[in-house]
Design a protein around this ligand. Structure first.
Ligand code: ADE
Ligand code: ZN
Ligand code: ZN
Length: 258
């Protein structure tokens, strides 16, 4: 009986059921919902056809959902990129298994290719929505040593957890707003501000997350108890990252479906 329990536990862990490594469901949905608000008419129509009327928020967690299916194991390294602080992504050897930059570029190229079958476009559209969320989670532009903060133990209020999870979902859970409420309460931006956020490349946006990641490491200690003060210091950063992710996702989609 004991043996059976151990076998079940080991298989749950290895299947990733307990491995927390993404914006929780809320974060990804917020990015999808915000993007929906910035789509051009043309993009909205094309996307609605591909998604059979579902919203971007509805499909935003697909990239994580498929982790339960071995068939999709090769996509796991596409959710993040790790390289040392102070170094350039471009100068580091690229993982031949792919990373978040290569993943996003693949999604864009499939969606832009008029010869791509509809099923393939659908798959990569859902993946793009997901990866644009991950790109804006600072710990997804992390360090290999601690697996993007997954091995950086901290306390969140009275719970033992890790720094990666604090940024994936602990802060969002403690914030206690639904994804629609968060998306409806983003900062009001001028046209110029939106334009500035949309400008740049996927690589530029990746470096913004990297800078935040470096700041987070400077201000967090292993084993530290994080609670209200951490939320007070970082919740605006987190909200802003979700907003930028949504606006930039819409920018990419508007260009793809122009
Ligand atoms: N696994 C290894 N590095 C990771 C990262 N930066 N983010 C999420 N999962 C990871
Ligand atoms: Zn994560
Ligand atoms: Zn992910």
């Amino acid at each position: 009986m004991k043996k059976l329990a151990i076998v079940i536990l080991v298989s749950l862990f290895s299947n990733g059921l307990f491995a927390e490594d993404d914006w929780g469901k809320t974060g990804h949905r917020v990015v999808g919902e915000i993007a929906d608000n910035y789509l051009s008419k043309k993009a909205e129509k094309e996307i609605s056809k591909l998604l059979s009327g579902h919203s971007l928020a509805y499909v935003a967690n697909y990239g994580d959902d498929i982790k339960s299916d071995r068939q999709y194991d090769s996509f796991s390294p596409w959710h993040y990129v790790n390289f040392p602080f102070g170094e350039k992504y471009e100068l580091n050897e690229k993982s031949d298994k792919g990373d978040i930059i290569q993943g996003i570029n693949k999604c864009i190229s499939v969606l832009k290719n008029t010869n791509s079958p509809k099923e393939e476009k659908l798959f990569y559209l859902k993946m793009l929505v997901h990866f644009m969320g991950d790109l804006h989670q600072p710990l997804h532009i992390g360090l290999a040593d601690d697996k993007g903060g997954n091995d950086f133990q901290v306390r969140w209020f009275s719970d033992g957890t890790n720094l990666h999870s604090v940024w994936d979902y602990r802060m969002l859970d403690s914030y206690e707003m639904s994804y629609t409420e968060i998306a409806a309460n983003t900062d009001v931006l001028s046209k110029e501000q939106v334009k500035a956020i949309k400008s740049g490349t996927v690589i530029d946006w990746m470096y913004e997350s990297r800078a935040l990641c470096e700041d987070i490491y400077e201000h967090t200690e292993i084993g530290e108890k994080l609670s209200y003060k951490y939320m007070y210091d970082y919740m605006d950063t987190l909200r802003s990252q979700l907003q930028k992710g949504g606006i930039r996702l819409a920018g990419l989609l508007n260009e793809i479906f122009s």
